[in-house]
Design a protein around this ligand. Sequence first.
Ligand SMILES: CCCCCCCC/C=C\CCCCCCCC(=O)N[C@@H](Cc1ccc(O)cc1)C(=O)O
Ligand SMILES: [Zn+2]
Ligand SMILES: [Zn+2]
Length: 530
Amino acid sequence: MLAWLTARGTKRRRWIACGLGVGLPVLVLLALVLACLINAWSVSEPDWHYQLRPSGSGHLINDSLFEERLGRFQAALRIPTISVDARNLNESALEEFKNFLQTSFPRLHGGNEDKITCEVVSNYSFLYEIKGSDESLTPYLLAAHLDVVPVEEDKWNYDPFEAMKDGEYIYARGAFDDKHAVMGILEALDYFLFTKNESVKRTFYVGIGHDEEVSGRQGAAKIAEVLHNRGVKTMDFVLDEGFVVLTNALPGVQVPVALVGVSEKGYAEVSVSVDGVSGHSSMPPKESAIGIISKAVSRLEAYPQPHFFDSSSVEYTTLETAAPHSSFLYKLIYSNLWLFKNIVSNQFLESASTAATVRTTTAPTLFNAGYKINVVPSTATAYINHRVHPKQTIEDVLEYDREVIGDSRVNVTLNTDTYIRPHPISPYGPDSPQYKLLARSILEVFPQSFVAPGTMIATTDTKYYLNFSKNVYRFAPTFLDIEDMPRLHGHDERIRVENYREVVDFFFRLMVNANQVNARPLHVHARNEL
Ligand SMILES: CCCCCCCC/C=C\CCCCCCCC(=O)N[C@@H](Cc1ccc(O)cc1)C(=O)O
Ligand SMILES: [Zn+2]
Ligand SMILES: [Zn+2]
């Protein structure tokens, strides 16, 4: 009897133990699933974002003015201001563009010195100063560039300098990068100062460089110098080209995201070279210089630089911000990144554009070796263009390259004339009036979108303006579907005609809003007002 009871007791304990062993993890799992589902169900746009949304919308620019503006934009696109390299700019086109701006916007270029002055910098760049009445307000800077990259004309379906309008789009080199901003800013400025006759409280500057596509050293760099020499030390914020309003860029997000570049990746040109033995091609060495460098490059591609995605990354916030605008599956993922961050990070690595936001990229872009078919060359050099993630230093990147190549015969050398360190991260939270001003202006023109921060993956002229402000943003008010990415610096570059109207509206609204900051509080409304 006793034995039976003991056996029963043991059995029960075993059952309990087994129940606990299986049941507890199941319970924990259920609680986890429930917590994730609750997070997904309850995710909503944060109040401060919501408050920035306008209560009404509507274009300010009337149609007859818009047709004129469109005509001027097309005229700007027809001038081939191509930069090939720093010593090879199209100077006659730059001269023509200068005259074009001066005759298209006469009120901005003389006779109204009480409101606006314009200085031509390095022959072809422009610096406008719009003087405000309240010297206690810190000025801001809007930047853009008027040069464009070269074209492979035979690959285009349209003449890249005809600015053909097919009803929906205008096709031209520079339509997207970056003449829409040059013309959009100046149209908005002319309208703001002379049509609307706004009284300017806050001084602001417009800097238009002419060589951004080949370094910006004569344009933006000199504009920065002129500003510095005039005694301008601080800007409230700086806005230049960069990210845009993107569609289909984030997995699971159907709504356009207006991505604001709050930081910028660094830039490094690295040569990977070997100095070996030359010889007759009939008796080749086991390993030629070309073979050694090919292997090095192939290893650099096979073992990419580390990737970074955690709660301290800007991209983490990008996705948290996207959560309320995502499909349910992605709401679940983006509102529970603490659990799903590795899955997300791996998904980001699958596509070139999102991978570029989470790691230092490695692009072999030039390869020099050999000079005759029957001579084994003693040297070979490959050039690698790195875009450096803000979580790494340039030194980290070089060390990683050397380790991956793992061959002491290969020299890995940084071009010390051209490198740029990753930019600091500008504020992008609810406590940043400058970010909110930008977000508000974006939402006024693109109410169907949401605004999120991102790390700019290419370099911009902002590198020359970093000392003026801790609030440096990289954003252009253009729409880009991720499928259209190859048109950028590629063939058949285009902009939607209606988008150009939004471009002008955006810069106008930004000027109006920036004039009001600190002069009167931004209009905020409760959720139920909408
Ligand atoms: C989660 C986010 C997904 C991100 C998807 C990415 C979308 C990208 C969208 C828009 C990008 C628009 C970029 C326009 C600006 C390009 C600026 C540029 O090309 N800069 C040159 C400057 C340069 C550098 C070195 C030179 O020798 C010459 C010029 C660049 O190559 O960086
Ligand atoms: Zn550009
Ligand atoms: Zn460009």
